[in-house]
Design a protein. Structure first.
Ligand code: LLP
Length: 414
């Protein structure tokens, strides 16, 4: 496809140049329709059995997006006390929050217990700690299904090389600890990793996970984790994740499990990226173009502090060029797009064919809704950007103001 933003009318008739001028750049721009559509899709992955999707808010915890999840009937998973507090503030009832914890201290655990939030423990030590502060309590455990998947080794969270979850060999010890502290293990969860387009490894993990599940006789829920991919190469016609085919394959596995287990617990999943990635772009300004040796560098204000994924994982994000409010079509020449941060690795893409770009144009970086703003940081004292939402009715509203210098200095004691 030549232009994603045109094909979905991302700005809903608004002129991106006007949006950029009004709110400044770099700017995260979200599209409400797309986010709600993806949330509805994940809410229906399993229809035959009791099922709930938990939106994984580490992907994006903007309050307006959390409220959309609440309205769309999607539950949420949280990774920290901060994420739990964000969900409570958005209006989520405690029973709709699942705390998938990792290496937390007794204070953070106590916070979840005091707020009646279901918690998953991901090591024997953490399960013991939970037992010692909440004897007779109820919790879930995170199991390693033995198979991992993901777009980069840094986001694979199961298999042999990961800090996460309890390995199969230790399952007997889970029961011993539960007995010692009179705990009820009412749920199990897994997460194979982030971003798979081919569901095969995930489904293999499901087989192992459900085999382990049978060792737990009284499960109220089984949570398969997240990881559903999105087409980051959409300008090259990469296809969407086949949610329908995936859901059919998964349901077949559940049929077999439910028959053998004798009942259907509540099934859950934890998609983050799928819900929000495609519902956001970043608008950035082209401030300089130059040739260094044999490369052309397009210098912009979208630094690695605004979007860290390309420099952290070598991730690909499609880029469109907007000149005077109009998308520039075609391919002009190979360029490297850089940000304004003092790091040689501060590159959004390397040696990529882009449309003709000139000073003062806008770059529009696609698929930035997941792990975009949530991983921003004020390196070089560059403030975190603003976020705006293109609402379903076509209006544009600010959903997070730009960070200011005063915000940064407010952390220092007088
Ligand atoms: N559940 C658990 C326990 C997780 O650890 C994660 C992601 C998810 C659910 C959601 O996964 P998703 O559906 O979004 O793939 N920063 C990386 C991704 C890190 C994912 C961490 N865990 C990136 O930008 O690709």
């Amino acid at each position: 496809m030549e232009s994603y933003i045109e094909s979905v009318d991302f700005f809903k008739g608004n002129n991106p140049e006007e949006i950029a001028q009004k709110y400044g750049t770099p700017l995260y721009v979200y599209n409400e329709d797309i986010i709600r559509d993806r949330m509805r899709k994940v809410a229906n992955v399993i229809t035959k059995y009791p099922y709930r999707a938990n939106y994984s808010i580490k992907a994006n915890s903007n309050m307006s997006i959390l409220k959309m999840a609440l309205e769309e009937g999607v539950n949420c998973d949280a990774m920290s006390e901060g994420e739990i507090k964000m969900l409570l503030k958005a209006g989520f009832p405690t029973e709709q929050i699942f705390f998938v914890s990792n290496n937390i201290d007794a204070k953070e655990m106590q916070f979840a217990i005091d707020n009646d939030i279901m918690i998953s423990l991901d090591s024997l030590d953490q399960l013991r700690l939970f037992g010692s502060i909440n004897r007779g309590g109820k919790c879930a455990v995170r199991l390693n299904p033995g198979v991992g998947a993901g777009h980069h080794e840094k986001v694979v969270t199961a298999g042999k090389k990961t800090k996460f979850a309890i390995q199969e060999d230790d399952v007997d010890e889970i029961f011993a600890i539960a007995k010692e502290y009179d705990l009820t293990i009412c749920g199990i969860n897994q997460h194979v990793g982030s971003l798979f387009m081919d569901p095969a490894p995930f489904l293999a993990a499901v087989d192992n996970f459900l085999r382990l599940a049978k060792r737990f006789p009284d499960l109220e829920f089984i949570d398969f984790g997240g990881g559903y991919g999105i087409p980051y190469h959409k300008l090259n016609d990469e296809k969407d994740f086949d949610m329908k085919g995936f859901s059919e394959e998964l349901t077949k596995k559940l049929d077999k499990f439910v028959e053998e287990y004798g009942k259907a617990p509540l099934f859950k999943s934890e998609p983050g990226r799928f819900c929000v990635a495609e519902g956001s772009v970043i608008l950035g300004r082209v401030n300089a173009i130059k040739n260094n040796a044999d490369k052309t560098y397009v210098g912009t204000d979208v630094g690695m502090n605004v979007l860290v994924r390309p420099s952290m994982y070598d991730s690909w994000h499609d880029i469109e060029i907007i000149s005077n409010g109009k998308v520039v079509k075609g391919q002009d020449k190979e360029v490297t797009v850089a940000g304004n941060i003092c790091e040689s690795g501060d590159l959004l893409c390397k040696d990529r064919m882009l449309a003709k770009v000139t000073d003062n144009d806008l770059i529009c970086v696609l698929d930035t809704g997941a792990y975009g703003y949530s991983m921003c940081y004020p390196y070089n004292c560059r403030m975190r950007p603003a976020e705006v939402l293109v609402c379903s009715d076509g209006s544009v509203k600010l959903i997070r103001r730009r960070e200011t210098f005063e915000d940064l200095v407010s952390y220092f004691p007088e």
